[in-house]
Design a protein around this ligand. Sequence first.
Ligand SMILES: NC(=O)c1ccc[n+]([C@@H]2O[C@H](COP(=O)([O-])OP(=O)(O)OC[C@H]3O[C@@H](n4cnc5c(N)ncnc54)[C@H](OP(=O)(O)O)[C@@H]3O)[C@@H](O)[C@H]2O)c1
Length: 321
Amino acid sequence: MLAVYAARQDPDDPLAGLEVEPLPEPEVPAGWTTVTVRAASLNHHDLWSLRGVGLPAERLPMILGCDAAGLDEDGNEVVVHGVVASDAWRGDETLDPKRSLLSEKHPGTFAERVAIPRQNLVAKPPELSFEHAACLPTAWLTAYRMLFTRAEATPGSTVLVQGAGGGVATAAIVLGAAAGVRVWATSRSEEKRARALELGAEQAFEPGVRLPERVDAVIETVGQATWAHSLRALKPGGAIVVSGATSGDAPPAELTRTFFLQLRVLGSTMGTRDELARLVQLCAAGSVTPVIDRTMPLADARDGFAAMVAGDLFGKVVFTV
Ligand SMILES: NC(=O)c1ccc[n+]([C@@H]2O[C@H](COP(=O)([O-])OP(=O)(O)OC[C@H]3O[C@@H](n4cnc5c(N)ncnc54)[C@H](OP(=O)(O)O)[C@@H]3O)[C@@H](O)[C@H]2O)c1
């Protein structure tokens, strides 16, 4: 079957180790099943794997991809929850210390077929296209949990989203606006700031500027480049929810500001299967639609990876199979 995989890793040139070639069908452990992939979406995680972050070299070659929508073995339309918990784990899968994401221990979704634990399948409503459904299990699920579970954003509260063009960031803007949250966004690009407003952000700013007032929460995935601004933007008692560090993970800690204003620093990773099921329902109801930058056949995946390396995206890259 055709697969997009990491054959080698290079911290400075991630595309050097990317291959698009046939690989054998996935092995299916007991209790697992296979999904015939119809669409899968690219995440920054796939670039980290190619750079050698989070994927040990001894696991290469590894099929990349954390998200997919497709058909189960009975022909039902499904969305794949990519968080694989250990067999004995019960409850919130994201808290299992032994959990992994598809493409970390088990082959990922950038292939014609993927093996997946049966309990990781969520029914795909017919209202949702395969392309839109494939955006949900990583970036959109992460944004959903950051906003609603971790930041506990409520209608009328103000949330700042850093790095508006990213997959998680566009999701946070759309989800927040749909929930009645006043969303402010930053982006380095004037064009992306304009697009953030079109998605429902109330205001958009250049990174680092003084905001009109302090916010209740910040959705942070950029990391080092925006961290100090995020902490300065918060009201006393406000929460910074962080799930990524694209620009580096050694920002100034701002300890004095953090304790003096009693700020809350909350980590967040992916989301549970139940959160994914609720997100799928929200999208099926028509109130939110995942933001797709571009769609291309899986065979052309290299072009999508290159656009992400260049930071030349607004929303998700979707591969169709
Ligand atoms: N923990 C989890 O479960 C989880 C889940 C999903 C993602 N993540 C992480 O979250 C991060 C974003 O993921 P993604 O898939 O949304 O990636 P993405 O689509 O590549 O988003 C990157 C965005 O970050 C901003 N950015 C990048 N470098 C920057 C810099 N030096 N200064 C300012 N802004 C910068 C850019 O926004 P502008 O161009 O608009 O300024 C860009 O659009 C990644 O690090 C990823 O690994 C974590």
